[in-house]
Design a protein around this ligand. Structure first.
Ligand code: B12
Ligand code: SF4
Length: 495
């Protein structure tokens, strides 16, 4: 059968598609896990953000797929709905399957859609079994993790248990299935690799627990090394390790760094998401080892520097420094210090706009980012389906915006007890643009050609909405912010 898999084109403020266009790891994994007789094509629509309708139309006409699958995050739901309508109009008899975080966590939202199947949770084996059933006209009733749309409505089969990963059940991703080209992280071809799935923490803003429960399963190093090698052989010079929480087992992570070095794969630049506690508590040995293994950017889930906010986010434990079993306070500064000492860059993940936040508490976090992080990744708390945070915000009546396409993390959709959502967003937006410019020299040293050719576009993106007059203080920043909001609204119309 011909199968077309699509990831959505929607991006958000911290991922400007001029500079950052990453492949969707879930879809390449699905493509690697179907039976070999199928012809699977993956199209990451982020690569054709300005030509979505034309591209989907062309692909459906040329490939004549029997099955089309869409991978969807919550803020991409509206775009996905438009693409489903388009595909259905182009090929009325096609089977449409939706999967990923949003369908898994809010299946009820898809009940009125013209889709045939919804895959909840991990899709590698569920999708393989679904294609087998479609191909042979078999029953789909016994496929765990699958919801089925038939004439009588929707049937939700039992959930599928998380894959344990060590048994080879989930095969390597298929990168040859990707049709569109142009993946990049600031001029270097990028790919994504997973070494584990799951997390045992339960941060209130994170969807992971509702998605798969609290567990942590790992791939063998042989498989991980093969996967990295495959990504490199497909041209990647930067690799994003997309594990939910790779630092949960620090000793395993250290061994992974050793394995990367031993395999000679440490010329690649690695980008990883990390817990501050793991780096702070093991930094003495871990940080130099990471540097040797090729790690360049570390996304630190700092979340907030104030204890009250950390409690709301349920993120205190993962930000604790410990010594001889004793809790020593917030681990963030120590983690940053270790990373900087070993010439790695800190992408600072902070969340501002929590219920108790005042102007002063937000400013304290912004000031922290100004002083200590190399690249700010500041977001607002966003009530994604099924998270404990969403229940809290609902109970407190703080959700101000329910247009899901704005749930991209940098649009404030909830108010605090003291500030309107828009005011929170304004404070972040105003501060963050300037912080980003400070990283230009570091990128210039690493990728001079990219900076020389692309920096005008990058700056124009970072400062969109601003004018010479607003930068010089001759026009109010609020007017520039309103222009920025209007540009964002337009940008969201991808189809
Ligand atoms: C890596 C990652 C990123 C990377 C993405 C790299 C890439 N292109 O792959 C970066 C850092 C860029 C990123 C950005 C964002 N992310 Co993110 N990210 C993740 C993370 C850590 C892992 C995702 C992953 O690759 N997993 C590995 C793959 C194999 O698994 P998977 O994607 O889940 O796919 C499996 C199943 O979902 C399913 N499946 C998926 N699609 C489909 C489609 C079909 C047809 C089928 C059958 C099955 C299926 O099968 C797959 C294989 O088992 C998750 C989870 C977490 N712990 O935080 C968040 C997460 C997915 N991100 C999230 C969000 C919100 C974002 C942002 C909007 C803002 C932000 N918080 O940073 C941006 C938007 C990006 C953009 N387009 O502009 C949310 C989504 C919540 C929701 N309800 O939508 C998550 C869950 C984090 C959270 N807050 O809880 N993210
Ligand atoms: S530590 Fe990371 S992956 Fe785990 S629950 Fe918290 S935010 Fe989610």
């Amino acid at each position: 059968m011909n199968v077309l898999l699509l990831s959505m084109p929607d991006s958000f403020e911290h991922m400007p598609s001029i500079a950052i266009r990453m492949p969707n790891g879930g879809l390449s994994s699905l493509a690697g896990n179907v039976d070999p007789q199928h012809r699977v094509v993956v199209a990451d629509l982020i690569l054709v953000q300005g030509r979505v309708r034309e591209t989907v139309t062309r692909l459906v006409r040329e490939l004549q797929p029997e099955v089309v699958g869409l991978s969807i995050m919550t803020f991409q739901r509206r775009t996905a709905g438009r693409i489903v309508e388009l595909v259905r109009a182009l090929k009325p008899d096609v089977k449409i399957v939706v999967g990923g975080y949003d369908p898994s966590l809010a299946p009820e939202a898809y009940e009125a859609w013209s889709v045939d199947f919804l895959v909840r949770g991990e899709g590698d084996v569920t999708f393989r079994e679904l294609l087998r059933a479609i191909e042979h006209g078999g029953s789909v009733d016994a496929i765990h993790g699958l919801s089925v749309h038939n004439a009588n409505g929707w049937l939700h089969n039992p959930a599928r248990a998380p894959h344990r990963l060590e048994d080879g059940e989930v095969r390597l991703p298929n990168r040859d299935a990707r049709l569109l080209k142009g993946y990049t992280l600031m001029g270097r071809q990028i790919d994504v690799v997973e070494t584990s799935r799951g997390c045992t923490y339960d941060c209130s803003f994170c969807s992971i627990i509702e998605m798969r429960g609290r567990n942590f399963f790992t791939y063998s190093f042989d498989r991980v090394i093969d996967d990295i090698r495959d990504a490199r052989d497909h041209g990647a010079r930067t690799i994003f390790l997309v594990d939910d929480n790779i630092m949960l087992n620090v000793h395993r992570f250290e061994a992974l760094c050793e394995a990367i070095i031993a395999a000679g794969l440490n010329k690649i630049d690695y980008f990883v998401q990390a817990m501050t506690s793991s780096i702070a508590n093991h930094g003495e040995t871990l940080a130099p080892l990471m540097k040797r293994a090729g790690f360049r950017y570390v996304f630190l889930g700092i979340e907030n520097i104030l204890e009250g906010d950390l409690e709301f986010l349920r993120a205190s434990a993962k930000n604790q420094e410990r010594k001889n079993g004793q809790e020593m306070g917030n681990a963030t500064l120590k983690a940053i210090e270790y990373l900087h000492r070993h010439d790695m860059y800190v992408v600072g993940g902070l969340i501002v706009g929590n219920p108790g936040d005042t102007r002063e508490s937000i400013e304290a976090n912004l000031e922290f980012a100004r002083r200590y992080v190399d690249w700010p990744y500041i977001q607002h708390p966003t009530p994604y389906p099924g998270t404990p945070m969403t229940k809290d915000f609902r109970k407190q009546g703080l959700i101000q915006i329910d247009r899901l396409e704005e749930y991209d993390g940098t649009t404030a959709v909830v108010r605090t007890e003291h500030l309107e959502a828009e005011e929170v967003e304004f404070m972040r937006w105003k501060a963050e643009r300037w912080m980003k410019t400070r990283h230009i020299p570091a990128v210039l040293r690493h990728d001079p050609w990219f900076v020389l050719t692309q920096s005008p576009k990058m700056l124009a993106h970072t400062f969109r909405g601003s004018s010479i007059r607003s930068v010089l203080g001759l026009e109010s920043e609020r007017r520039a912010f309103q222009r920025y909001k209007a540009i964002r609204r337009e940008e969201r119309e991808y189809v």
